[in-house]
Design a protein around this ligand. Structure first.
Ligand code: MLC
Ligand code: AMP
Length: 526
């Protein structure tokens, strides 16, 4: 990490690898044009100009600078989605600190872990959650806790208003940290994936070119901004192109379809597409203005891909990425680069290496299935304060093991066929069975449990738990669900709990989760 140099000498501006400097340089010449128009939430429609983005991020960056934080300080943020929350992210980059976004579904136990592990110098939360989050933060040694509501309320903006609206972007090198994204592991607690300014900027620039961002493009932004897809892929894409965003605080399929008539680019997890397809209003006329529909974060079912083609007249571009690497592969955007093929995630992005290795780490021929490994300027700097975990996830020759399983055809096209990591992806959010099983196993009367994902019409996969009571104990599945809701983010909570006398095991004593998935596969009607 470079020393704190918030006041960059103007002569060095071109040498600054700070991501914000590149985003700011892409603002259009007309700073009074609309950068973001809100489509829902308090005060909608609200219009934010590029000048508003510049000034508000300057004020917040000046506030951060005024606190004399050590270089590399983390700013942990759990707020609702709002334009001001995006400004806060940009301001943290601008001031050269490290942004740590937290899903707003996380409960106290989860927040306690993240704050304890990352030791942020600053925590920002909603006014509603301030009483309990500030307690957790102060206990962990964080001295600065601010509130930010989705209606511009809270101490963050009040304090920032006392600061100037000009700010020299902090000079940062490409390897300096820009963000930490917590991502769970198959064993143990969540790990913080450290992403640098260079990781994020190189990926954003690659996607700008590969997805053929055009002058006049307008992005409909309907994803949460706590994860890679909404925060980086979508926001950076629009900002780096100087493109306007139509901004939804909450996803609503009807309202989204109505606003597609003004948007040229849309990005969503598969559930967003499934929900739009359930609306009669989704037709070729509604989609006529949009040039590019992108899907990722979870597998897009072939039937969703086909139905979308038929109903909208557009072929979805599916791409593949992860928190540790941002985007890795993509189906082509331009017809000249090839066809978009449903069920595949396309080709390695320019500058990104993707290979498939066998169990013994041997190279596999085209078409054979193995572990997907990647390298490139987009691959993260390691897990926060976990050098051993980081080392485990890289091969001796420097490739990152994604934990995804797939194959690469002779022409380079990648298909994901499964995961070696025990991971469920529900509505685009990751759920690690080990975390949920750990909590269930601690409950009174529980002998053991297995958490699996089942095909789910809406979420792709839906979480269930199969639980064995201790001898003589009586368990109530509904009560267990209610108890879990107070402890973990709601999307991780099993939709149903089955109480059984024992779990199926193989000869080695390992729980046969595939049998549980088979037994319950029709539960969610998929
Ligand atoms: C909400 N619920 C979910 C859920 N989301 N259940 C399972 N899986 C989910 N993803 C449940 C809640 O627990 C709640 O149940 C009920 O649905 C209503 O909650 P809600 O918050 O009102 O739901 P809704 O707004 O409808 O949210 C659904 C959604 C949301 C699909 C819009 O999940 C979403 O925005 N997903 C996108 C995730 C995303 O951005 N992923 C990108 C990760 S980045 P109850 O019982 O509690 O009332 C990444 C890398 C990459 O993966 O490649 O991009
Ligand atoms: P996260 O850790 O939340 O960033 O999730 C990353 C994981 O999401 C990847 O390792 C994949 O398992 C999965 N993923 C992302 N995009 C796709 C896709 N297009 N198809 C299948 N899985 C995907």
């Amino acid at each position: 990490m470079t020393a704190k140099t918030a006041q960059a000498p103007a002569a060095n501006a071109n040498l600054n690898a700070n991501l914000f400097a590149a985003l700011r340089a892409a603002f259009p010449a007309d700073l009074d044009a609309t950068a973001i128009e809100t489509a829902d939430g308090p005060g909608a429609p609200a219009f934010y100009t590029w000048r508003d983005l510049d000034r508000a991020t300057a004020r917040i960056a000046n506030l951060l600078d005024s606190m004399d934080l050590p270089a590399g300080s983390r700013v942990a943020v759990q707020t609702d989605k709002s334009v001001e929350a995006l400004m806060l992210y940009l301001a943290v980059l601008r001031a050269g600190f490290v942004y740590l976004p937290l899903n707003n579904a996380y409960q106290a136990g989860e927040i306690e872990y993240f704050v304890g592990n990352a030791e942020p110098a600053v925590v920002v939360c909603t006014p509603k959650n301030f009483p309990w989050i500030s307690k957790i933060a102060f206990k962990a040694g964080t001295r600065n806790v601010f509130a930010l509501g989705d209606d511009r309320s809270g101490s963050l903006l009040q304090r920032a208003a006392h600061h100037g609206d000009e700010h020299n972007v902090a000079v940062r090198g490409p390897d300096d940290l820009a963000a930490i994204l917590y991502t769970s592991g198959t064993t143990g607690r969540s790990k913080g994936a450290m992403l640098s300014h260079g990781n994020l900027l190189s990926n954003a620039q690659t996607l700008k070119a590969y997805w053929d961002w055009q002058p006049g493009d307008v992005l409909l932004h309907a994803l949460p901004i706590f994860h890679v897809h909404g925060l980086f892929v979508a926001s950076h894409g629009a900002l780096l192109n100087g493109s306007k965003m139509i901004w939804f605080g909450k996803y609503d399929p009807k309202a989204t379809i109505a606003r597609l008539r003004e948007a040229t680019v849309f990005m969503g997890v598969p559930t967003l597409y499934v929900r739009m397809l359930a609306e009669a209003a989704l037709d070729t006329a509604a989609c006529a203005h949009t040039r590019l529909f992108i899907s990722g974060s979870a597998p897009l079912l072939k039937e969703t891909f086909d139905e979308w083609t038929q109903r909208s007249g557009h072929v979805i571009l599916e791409r593949y990425g992860m928190s540790e690497t941002v985007m890795l592969t993509s189906n082509p955007c331009r017809a000249a680069d090839g066809a978009r093929v449903g069920g595949t995630v396309g080709y390695a992005l320019p500058g990104v290496g993707v290979r498939v290795q066998g169990d013994q780490g041997q190279a596999l021929p085209a078409g054979e299935i193995g572990g997907i490994e990647v390298r490139g300027p987009n691959v993260f700097q390691g897990y926060w304060r976990m050098p051993e975990k980081t080392a485990e996830e890289f091969t001796a020759d420097g490739w990152f093991k994604t934990g995804d399983v797939g194959r690469i055809e002779a022409d380079g096209r990648v298909t994901i066929v499964g995961r070696s990591k025990d991971l469920i992806i529900s509505g685009g959010y990751n759920v690690y069975p080990a975390e949920i099983e750990g909590l269930i196993n601690e409950m009174p009367g529980v002998a053991e449990s297995a958490v699996v994902g089942l095909p789910h019409r809406d979420f792709g996969e839906g979480v269930i738990a199969v639980v064995v009571p201790k001898a003589g104990a009586t368990l109530d599945g509904a009560q267990m669900v209610a108890a879990l809701k107070t402890r973990i983010a709601n999307f991780k909570v099993p939709k149903q709990v089955f109480i059984v006398p024992d779990l199926p095991r193989n000869a080695m004593g390992k729980v046969q989760k595939n049998l549980l998935r088979e037994q319950h596969k029709g539960l969610f009607g998929a």
